[in-house]
Design a protein around this ligand. Sequence first.
Ligand code: MG
Length: 158
Amino acid sequence: MNLVGIGYDVHRFAENRALILGGVNIPHTHGLDGHSDADVLCHAIADAILGAIGERDIGHHFPNTDPECKGMSSLEIVRRAVELVTEQGGRLNNIDCTLIAEAPKIGPHLEAMKSKLAAVLSLEPKRVGIKATTNERLGFLGRQEGIAAMAVASVELP
Ligand code: MG
């Protein structure tokens, strides 16, 4: 049975934080605010996977009140979502996602993000789609107040 899931997340920029996207540290004037490492891309991907297999969202599995989750790498969150797929006897087919940000430029980091995510997802890098777009300077994303991410996951379950 082929199932799909959707994920969306947004985090606001904050000073004195590292910017981590897809598990990759990206040099920028600001990082993202959050309880974990605030990797907005990983969060959207994890929610897409959880949605595909009928699980509750990452806020349920990784509550931001849990001291264990504080500062944790969000690649671990994705890894746990993939484990839940495996526990149901399933496997991922592919992931596709879009980052929405005016800055920084994502292009130079795309391949590094793809290979990090592919390893955690147990997918070929070709099965991990990552696109980036600006918000045409419109709204909170256009004012560079944060970064948003959307993701879909396709999962094969027995
Ligand atoms: Mg989040």
